[in-house]
Design a protein around this ligand. Sequence first.
Ligand SMILES: CC(C)(COP(=O)(O)OP(=O)(O)OC[C@H]1O[C@@H](n2cnc3c(N)ncnc32)[C@H](O)[C@@H]1OP(=O)(O)O)[C@@H](O)C(=O)NCCC(=O)NCCS
Length: 192
Amino acid sequence: MKTAEPSFPFRLDTLREEDIPAVMDIERRAFSLPWNAGIYRYELRYNALSFYRAIRTSGPPLPPIVAYGGIWLYAPEAHVSTIAVHPEFRGLHLGAWLLADLLVEAARRGAQEASLEVRVSNVTAQRLYLSFGFRVVGKRHRYYSDNREDAFIMTLRPLDITVLEQRLFREERIVKERWRARAPDILASYPS
Ligand SMILES: CC(C)(COP(=O)(O)OP(=O)(O)OC[C@H]1O[C@@H](n2cnc3c(N)ncnc32)[C@H](O)[C@@H]1OP(=O)(O)O)[C@@H](O)C(=O)NCCC(=O)NCCS
C-alpha cells in the first residue's frame, strides 16, 4: 500500500506582534545574545524603516512559525537585522527560502544592495550568505559583547530582482523536496 505524502505545511508571511512568543522560543535557542520581546515589539510596532517576515506552519502539532528574519531599509541599502530557523527545522532550506524572500521584498522597496554582520565562527550562516553572492568586505572587531568575537561585514550588490525572484522560486522547490524526504522523521517528534 502506498503511504500518503505528507502535506506541505509552510508558507511565507508577515511577522506579527502575536508571533513574538513563538519568536522568543526560537530566538533563545538560536542566539547567545538573544533579542528580548521588547525589541521585537518595538521593531514590529514602531520601526517604519524595517520589515519582518516569517515562515508560518499549518499549526499544531507543529510550532506556529519555524523561521523569521528582518531587514532595516536605509535606502539604497538593506541591512539584514536578524534571521533564524527553529533548530528542529534546519537543513530544509527554510533559511535560504526566507532570505530570498527578504531580499526580493527589499529590492521591490528600492534597495540596491544588502549588508549584514555575522560572527566569524558562524560558518553555517556564512555559507548561506555566500551562496547568495554575499562577500566579506570588512570586519568589526570585538563586535559581540558576550565573547568579544569579531563580526564579518558581508555585502551583496547589486540586488537583482529577477535573479532573486528566480532564487525564491527555486528555494521553495528545494524546501518541498527536502520536506518530502524528512517529514516522517520530523513529524515523529510532533505527535498529534
Ligand atoms: C543560519 C541558519 C539561519 C540557516 O538556516 P537553515 O534553514 O538551516 O539553512 P538552509 O537549510 O537554508 O541552508 C542553506 C545553505 O546554507 C549552508 N548551510 C546550512 N546549514 C549548514 C551547516 N550546518 N553546515 C554548513 N553549511 C550549512 C549550506 O550551504 C546550505 O545549502 P545546502 O544544504 O544545499 O548545502 C540557521 O542555522 C540558524 O537559524 N542559525 C542560528 C541563528 C543564526 O546564526 N542566524 C544568522 C545570524 S548572522
